[in-house]
Design a binder for this molecule. Structure first.
Ligand code: SF4
Length: 703
């Protein structure tokens, strides 16, 4: 790029988008980012995808919030089609920081005084740094006085974490995705890395070129299919049946690694008995694949010397998401495929800091490092660290909080960087809940859909405008650095959280995120031997890390698992149908997700010029046969209806789609996919079934 020659500064940082955690450099002139280049980070080796490379101009979008806002008297809360986020003065008035912070805090403090700590809740964000996540959950726990704090992990990998914690005692990956290069076999299931983890996908492609056998197990086809040795495209929602059938093959054909099972696990005999009747022949009809294909994949995985399993939200976002992950863990344990190079379990994390935000305690049932809030010893340690008594009852999760608002028990909320008015299932319900809050404080970069329900809006900091650490899907802790100044009156998020905490009477006095990180290292054993200075020096340190001068562990649990017995546990599961199976009235499966160019609710990428130019409009992806059945040409509009709502959007032909399915991205407010989705929850991870809702399709009138 020629403009690198005219840059007057270069600042090293990390990509603000997905969980791959690519290291990058901002090239800056006159305090504006000219362009971005990749650095030689451990997870990207100079590579960047289109989002990392071109999605850097959103902080300067004309609609950027630059001053605190307070709702004008009498303006109703909710989405008003006439509202212009670039000129919010129709609905909000500008305010000084002192006035906005005083009002924001007073509303919450008064509700707590009148109704008790259970009247308040907070949503933090995986878009924020580790330090901001730590401060946010600390404010809710020590200021609000409850554990009603959650974030978007509840909408992505909460069920994976629930299964991993139960079975192996740790919610993070057991090996990095770079280990795919060491594997003989890699299973990719319920994930679409070329779209959602694009630079990780380059490692899978490289592995395939080196001879690794790639097996894709998914209802949909995908770009990585061209690199796969085998693809099992099964009936949506039949994951547990399919994976149990694979376990049956491994048990009945005695492909089990008995030495590993005897040395490192417990409960295998129960699992073996459990899957005995779940044969490929018995399961195949519900899976839509042949028994022989199931046998072949099971044999290939089990007999490999080194094999890994990667999964995404196609596994986790089901009412049986935890069961899906339990099955994957059982496969790895039965075959001894953890704890060695080229082996492991890897839930590909979605947002850039969903791993770190979860580690830092933005979860209602656990304190930092996944330590249960109900454990008196754990609580005592944090009560000493924070000099405040803590609530022992677990808090409510994202969807439960929306229900509690509807029921009138939660009356005030503080939302940082999340956009539940777009990201929650059954949006009409979620939006009605937000509108009914007595007091809502939103801290964000723009007047998002959620901010349109707020009483007070606090202008936050974009990623290139602040210092902070993030933890990627590989457990690599990395530093983002302030590259450009904050616009107008916008402030760093840690500063805003601290100002609210002070108005709750908390004596916080942090001067920089490095001081917050230092406090985190005192409460989180996972950060042992990782300091801010070390991160500045080394750019990336993987946890767990055994010494100040030793590298972190890329592959973990070689000797023992972090469970009470040191052994991993098999957790048998039974096939369950989706919550809302297709039927005569709603015969098509709706599934939702991301696009390559857009990220989550689109609040950043839809304000990045190149990305929005590439994908400017919501589309429904359908198989060619499905379009023919509807008598629609690609580009003609379709109306999608579920039991909860209806949207109309243009069609796109996608040969990777299965017949009987439609895919809709969830980042477009004008055709919000989550108006349609089912809020039914997985009972363990409390994650909604975004990947399966029954819908019907009909041609819509052409405009
Ligand atoms: Fe950013 Fe993820 Fe793309 Fe890397 S792969 S550049 S982290 S969005």
């Amino acid at each position: 790029r020629g403009d690198s020659a005219v840059a007057d500064r270069r600042i090293d940082s990390v990509c603000p988008y997905c969980g791959v955690g690519c290291q990058l450099t901002y090239h800056i002139k006159d305090d504006a980012i000219l362009h971005v280049s990749g650095r030689d980070g451990p997870s990207n080796h100079n590579r960047l995808c289109v989002k990392g490379r071109f999605g850097f101009d959103y902080p300067r979008h004309p609609a950027r919030l630059t001053t605190p806002l307070i709702r004008k008297p009498g303006v109703p809360k909710g989405l008003d089609p006439a509202f212009d986020p670039a000129d919010p003065t129709s609905h909000f008035r500008e305010a000084s920081w002192d006035e906005a912070l005083d009002l924001a805090a007073r509303g919450l403090v008064d509700l707590k005084a009148a109704h008790g700590p259970d009247a308040l809740a907070g949503f933090g964000s995986a878009k924020c740094s580790n330090e901001e996540a730590w401060l946010f959950q600390k404010l809710v726990r020590t200021g609000f006085g409850s554990n009603h704090v959650d974030h978007c992990t509840r909408l992505c990998h909460a069920s994976s974490v629930a299964a991993l914690m139960e079975c192996i005692g740790s919610g993070a990956v057991t090996a990095s995705f770079m280990q795919a290069l060491e594997a003989d076999v890699v299973i990719l299931t319920g994930c679409n890395p070329a779209v959602n983890h694009p630079v990780a996908a380059t490692f899978f492609k490289q592995a395939a070129k080196q001879g690794t056998r790639i097996i894709i197990i998914d209802p949909r086809g995908q770009a990585l299919g061209a690199y796969a040795h085998q693809t099992l495209r099964f009936t949506p929602g039949a994951d547990v049946a399919l994976l149990n059938a694979m376990l049956n093959v491994i048990v009945t054909e005695d492909l089990v690694d008995h030495d590993y099972v005897d040395a490192h696990t417990e409960g295998f005999a129960t699992l073996a008995e459990h899957v005995r009747e779940l044969t490929p022949e018995a399961m195949a009809p519900s899976c839509g694949v042949s028994p022989e294909a199931i046998r072949q994949v099971a044999r290939e995985y089990a007999t490999a010397e080194r094999a890994m399993i990667f999964w995404g939200m196609g596994i986790s976002q089901h009412v049986h998401g935890t069961d899906n992950a339990r099955c994957l863990i059982s496969l790895a344990l039965a075959c001894g495929h953890t704890g060695r190079p080229g082996t492991g379990l890897h839930p590909l994390r979605g947002q850039n800091n969903v791993q770190g935000a979860s580690d830092a305690g933005l979860i209602p049932m656990v304190l930092p490092d996944y330590q249960p809030v109900g454990d008196a010893q754990v609580r005592a340690a944090f009560e000493e660290l924070w000099a405040t008594p803590l609530e022992e009852r677990p808090g409510l999760t994202v969807v439960e909080i929306m229900d509690a608002i509807a029921a009138g028990t939660i009356k005030g909320m503080y939302i940082l960087g999340e956009n539940p008015a777009m990201s929650d299932p059954d949006l009409e319900h979620a939006r009605a809940s937000l509108a009914s809050l007595e007091h809502l404080v939103v801290q964000d970069l723009f007047v998002t859909e959620t901010a349109q329900f707020a009483d007070v809006i606090l202008p936050a900091s974009a990623w290139p405008e602040k210092d902070g650490s993030v933890t990627n899907t590989n457990r690599q802790v990395q530093l983002g650095r302030r590259a450009v100044p904050l616009p107008g009156e916008a402030r760093p998020d840690w500063w805003i959280i601290q100002e609210l905490a002070r108005r709750f009477g908390l004596a916080w006095d942090y001067g920089h995120p490095r001081e917050v990180f230092a406090e985190m290292t005192r409460g989180m054993a996972s950060l042992d031997h990782i300091s801010w200075e070390r991160l500045e020096r080394e750019q990336s340190v993987t946890y767990p890390c055994p010494a100040d001068d030793a590298p972190g562990a890329d592959v973990v649990f070689s000797d023992a698992f972090p469970t009470a017995t040191g052994r991993a546990k098999f957790s048998p599961t039974l096939p369950l149908p989706p919550d809302e199976p297709v039927d005569g009235d709603y015969p098509t499966v709706l599934t939702t997700g991301r696009q390559l160019e857009h990220w989550h609710t689109g609040s950043m990428t839809r304000r990045a010029r190149v990305l929005d130019d590439l994908e400017p409009e919501a589309v429904a992806s359908l198989a060619p046969g499905e379009l023919r059945r509807l008598r629609l040409a690609p580009g003609e509009p379709v109306t999608i209806t579920t039991r909860r709502g209806q949207i109309t959007l243009r069609t796109r032909v996608d040969p990777a789609m299965a017949e009987g399915m439609v895919f809709v991205p969830f980042c477009y407010a004008e055709a919000a996919a989550n108006v349609l989705t089912n809020p039914a929850l997985d009972p363990y991870g409390k994650i909604p079934e975004f990947k399966y809702a029954a819908c019907r399709l009909a041609p819509a009138p052409v405009e």
